[in-house]
Design a protein around this ligand. Structure first.
Ligand code: PMP
Length: 379
């Protein structure tokens, strides 16, 4: 009889309506029952991605669709530019390298925010620029609109990892001229892991590369989807679930969801700072996806995360790469409300106090509630 809480930036908690959909009898992927759901789910994805073009849906994790962007846009030997400032930016570089691209990296220290001016200065005939919208490892949400504008200006295609940002913070696929936007089911879209998708601009279709590809070949999936079919058996139950989740998100409204995420981010930052902890992620409204927090002196953040799980059934995310052991992360994307934040804060407070950390007790929850309630226009 232990209640468990999932407060990570993916996978994220799944609403009961979506879980119930997962328990429905399995549909055959070529039957009309499934096709009706499939069509609606694809339409809803277009709305969430803010694109007029089709969204290609795959049974894969987010990394699979990152790989698809490389496999479809790159030819071996192409000079591409990866903007990286954390774990997932580095993944773009590794993927492009694996496909034989000549990878140039505009690399920042973990936790820094990439700048469009740096990108513009660095661009020099690169065919594709790979960007990370929300760098989940650090909590930084990059200004993809400005970065993409710089890349387009230099004639490059722009591929964006929006795995942890889509549905949480504004992203305009068409209006910002993004050529490929990749995301997945298990973050702000409130569905278990297993589905991922990509938008493809007209320019990207025209400038596809020659890297070998099969499962992730965009054209095979596009041609199948046009007939409401798929080149291989999709995870039909997950599509049914994603359709329900997208319905919930669109019913709330994208703008309302973005505002809720801003308020959740404010609440989380106010709470951790009130108890005397230092932020690793930025202290501003851009950081609405995940709050990264430095563990107090003498406390290993990985140990803290384990203690929270063992003592209270609460899962937070540890630090990765160079900030492993130093930083822990509270996610707040998707099906989160203020009481998820206050629960996480209360547990962190208790666990740190028990570990002998010097923190102020009894103030974090109130600070979080106050920050959440404050009108958005007031800084
Ligand atoms: N990019 C970002 C920004 C992510 O947060 C993640 C997942 N944490 C991924 C890519 C990879 O997605 P997946 O684990 O579904 O392959």
């Amino acid at each position: 009889m232990e209640k468990r809480y999932l407060f990570t930036p993916g996978p994220t908690p799944v609403p009961p309506q979506v879980l119930a959909a997962l328990a429905e009898p399995v549909l055959h992927h070529r039957g009309p029952d499934f096709q009706a759901v499939y069509a609606r789910c694809l339409e809803r994805l277009e709305a969430v991605c803010r694109t007029e073009r089709e969204v290609l849906l795959f049974t894969a994790s987010g990394t699979g669709l990152m790989e698809s962007a490389v496999a479809n846009l790159v030819s071996p030997g192409d000079r591409v530019l990866v903007v990286s400032a954390g774990y997932f930016g580095e993944r773009w570089a590794a993927l492009a390298g694996a496909y034989g691209a000549d990878v140039d990296e505009l690399a920042y220290a973990w936790g820094e925010a990439p700048s469009a001016a740096d990108l513009a200065a660095r661009l020099d005939g690169h065919t594709v620029v790979f960007l990370t919208h929300s760098e989940t490892s650090t909590g930084v949400v990059a200004d993809v609109q400005a970065l993409a504008a710089a890349a387009k200006e230099a004639g490059a295609l722009v591929a964006v990892d929006a795995v942890s940002s889509l549905g949480a913070v504004p992203l305009e696929t068409d209006a910002w001229g993004l050529d490929a936007v990749v995301s997945g089911s298990q973050k702000a879209l409130m569905t278990p892991p297993g589905l991922a998708f990509v938008t493809v601009s007209e320019q990207a279709w025209a400038r596809r590369g020659s890297a070998p590809r099969y499962y992730f070949d965009w054209e095979r999936t596009r041609a199948a989807q046009e007939q409401l079919d798929a080149p291989s058996t999709p995870a039909t139950s997950l599509v049914v679930a994603l359709d329900v989740a997208l319905g919930l998100l669109l019913e709330e409204g994208l703008e309302a969801a973005f505002e809720r995420h801003v308020r959740l981010g404010r609440a989380c930052r106010a709470g951790v700072q009130a108890m005397g902890l230092e932020l690793f992620s930025p202290d501003d409204d851009s950081a609405s996806v995940v709050t990264a927090i430095r563990a107090p002196e003498g406390i290993d953040s990985g140990e803290l995360v384990l203690t929270l799980r063992d003592r209270f059934g609460i899962t937070l995310a540890p630090g990765q790469g160079p900030i492993k052991g130093k930083v822990f992360r509270i996610g707040h994307i998707g099906w989160f409300d203020i009481f998820d934040i206050t629960t996480a804060l209360a547990a962190v407070e208790l666990a740190l106090a028990e570990a002998g950390a010097e923190i102020e007790r009894g103030v974090a929850v109130t600070a979080a509630l106050d920050a959440f309630e404050r009108p958005l226009t007031v800084a």
